[in-house]
Design a protein around this ligand. Sequence first.
Ligand code: GTP
Ligand code: MG
Length: 178
Amino acid sequence: MSFLLNLFRKKAKPVTVTICGLDKAGKTAIINYLIHGEFKETTPTMGVNREVINFPKLQINIFDMGGQEDFRPIWQEINEKTDALIYVIDSVDHMRFDLTKGIFNDILANQIGGKIPVLLLLNKKDLPDRISQADLVKRFGLIETEYEIEWAVFETSALTGEGIIEAFSWFKEKMEER
Ligand SMILES: Nc1nc2c(ncn2[C@@H]2O[C@H](COP(=O)(O)OP(=O)(O)OP(=O)(O)O)[C@@H](O)[C@H]2O)c(=O)[nH]1
Ligand SMILES: [Mg+2]
């Protein structure tokens, strides 16, 4: 979209975004924080939920995916049509770090295509004994990735809201550029 067209746009541009990651990573809590500006207790997402977030120039249709094993096969079809991906990692889930890394790589290899924005959120920043941002970048092999994605990593807390504005400012900018 050219700069001039963007300037004269009257209606918000609709974009589709998926939010993936293992169960309990905090996907729904992050979406809730974005919509309500505060933490709200969640229940596990059964299947997929669609939420709409309206910014002045951008309407984001977010598909909040259930992360439990049974629901992961649903992701493929929705990810194939998405304009961008948000991937949430529980920064204290050391036990399942290799599992979430494998699932993330499978999404890049088989479910999304092209130069799409990929926002990685290392969530639960409010808790001690976390996997660091540098560790995530290294262990996910992001610097040397063979995929054409535009990625960024932010540490967030859906409990305190820390990092969420910064992360979504980056994301919104990338989406508006498209
Ligand atoms: N301390 C802390 N707890 C969090 C944070 N984000 C989410 N939680 C908690 O983690 C649990 C799981 O959060 P959800 O948002 O439901 O996780 P989800 O990724 O949507 O899980 P599924 O829907 O099963 O895929 C809940 O008990 C949340 O309250 C966070 O940043 N800090
Ligand atoms: Mg959920």
